[in-house]
Design a protein around this ligand. Structure first.
Ligand SMILES: NC(=O)c1ccc[n+]([C@@H]2O[C@H](COP(=O)([O-])OP(=O)(O)OC[C@H]3O[C@@H](n4cnc5c(N)ncnc54)[C@H](O)[C@@H]3O)[C@@H](O)[C@H]2O)c1
Length: 382
């Protein structure tokens, strides 16, 4: 018999993609032991919260996130607030014994992420970070191929996340929390690079040392839309880093939100002793593969369309007629994974990112920023 589980969502922006997925998951993955029910939504602007709540069928709205966390009907707290507001609600929810889902990055700095991890572990509750790209069929397939040894021992990872993030390349785009380190942590690194770093860890392994460089391309922005008064941007628009993995592989990271022409270019290339794999989010359903024994001497990569029923997750989607898997489906898959880990008391990792993964990710970001300042390699504590 299916049981309902109450979900409280904090924030309605990416929170929309979450609400959509919480509503879809029980249908896509029917039958499920736990069926999510949207109990409460928090957001700052009353009118918008009401609008969003009506759209997705939330029972209750609040402008104060604390009211969602303490609402007795809320059993899963799903945090879609700006990064500086990740620790307090998650720690409070852990103390109340609720399951924790938090958007990426887990926190502004590793020290805050560690407090969140400790609180979750102490309370023995399930915890997961919204690294949704782990749940894209082509990326999960890449991991399966790597784990089966298809490309041999990994030698080199090239990861990038380059966008224009709507209009961030336009100096007229006003300040928002993403440009202010006290609210966001870092800039493009926290917003985008964190995803590429998660894929580096998911696909290759732990990072042991980094050497980074950062720059702010648009140094000041209007305080508000159209304002003459400007405010200094104190985060990176561009971060590059060289990485040494603990398993001996080397890697690079490039991330920026000031890349005119780029839409959503999350990409990786992974080279091994027996082949290589390439992925680019702008071609979400494709995985390019080169298996040396089979493909050496040919004209290069073969492109797999990761749309067949036997590919990860694809048995659940209507794509038989050549349609594609969409970005929004990755949220459905990650919530299915989280709900199943709760109902069956199974670990969230290694397929899902736990708060430990979120903490490790923050450690790498801190190390990159420290290295950019000191202009020296920074080693990451094991
Ligand atoms: N996984 C992904 O692909 C993805 C995509 C976008 C954003 N994100 C992450 O989601 C989080 C939110 O980002 P966003 O782009 O939705 O931000 P946003 O600024 O667009 O939305 C933030 C939301 O938080 C609410 N809010 C802010 N302060 C509040 C307060 N004090 N009390 C109650 N509500 C408050 C706002 O009303 C709004 O609904 C970030 O951690 C971001 O990195 C993840």
């Amino acid at each position: 018999m299916a049981k309902e589980i109450g979900v409280g969502v904090l924030g309605y922006s990416i929170g929309r993609a979450h609400a959509h997925a919480w509503r879809d998951v029980a249908e896509v993955y029917y039958p499920m032991k736990l069926v999510p029910r949207l109990v409460a939504l928090a957001g700052r602007t009353k009118k918008v919260v009401k609008f969003e709540a009506a759209k997705y069928g939330y029972a209750k709205t609040y402008s104060d996130w604390e009211k969602v966390v303490t609402d007795e009907r809320v059993e899963i707290v799903d945090n879609c607030l700006p990064v500086a507001l990740h620790p307090a609600p998650m720690i409070m929810a852990a103390k109340l014994g609720k399951s924790l889902f938090c958007e990426k990055p887990l926190a502004r700095r590793a020290t805050d992420a560690k407090r969140m991890l400790d609180a979750a572990e102490k309370a023995k509750v399930k915890h997961m970070v919204g690294y949704n790209y782990r749940f894209m069929p082509a990326i999960t397939l890449a991991r399966q191929m790597i784990n089966k040894g298809k490309i041999g021992k990994i030698t080199f990872f090239r990861g990038s996340y380059l966008t224009t993030n709507s209009t961030y390349d336009d100096p007229k785009t006003p300040m928002r929390w993403q440009f202010e380190s006290s609210l966001s942590g870092y800039g493009a690194l926290s917003d985008l690079g964190t995803h590429a770093l998660d894929l580096a860890r998911y696909l290759v392994g732990e990072v042991g040392a980094v050497a980074g460089a950062q720059s702010t391309i648009i140094k000041e922005r209007p305080e508000t839309e159209g304002a003459r008064k400007k405010k200094r941007v104190n985060v990176d628009d561009l971060t590059v880093a060289t990485m040494k993995f603990r398993n001996g592989a080397l890697g690079t990271l490039e991330t920026s939100w000031v890349n005119p022409g780029r839409m959503d270019y999350l990409s990786f290339e992974i080279y091994g002793t027996e082949g290589s794999l390439r992925f680019n989010l702008e071609r979400i359903n494709e995985l390019e593969i080169f298996l040396s024994e089979r493909d050496r001497g040919t004209s290069g990569y073969r492109t797999l369309n990761v749309l067949a029923k036997e590919h990860p997750y694809m048995g659940k989607y209507w794509v038989n007629q050549g349609g594609g898997f969409g970005w929004d489906h990755s949220f459905v898959n990650e919530f299915h994974h989280f709900l199943t880990s709760i109902s069956d008391d199974r670990p969230v990792g290694p397929q899902g990112a736990t708060f430990l993964d979120g903490y490790r990710n923050c450690q790498i970001m801190d190390a990159i920023a420290d290295s950019a300042k000191s202009e020296a390699w920074v080693h990451i504590q094991e």
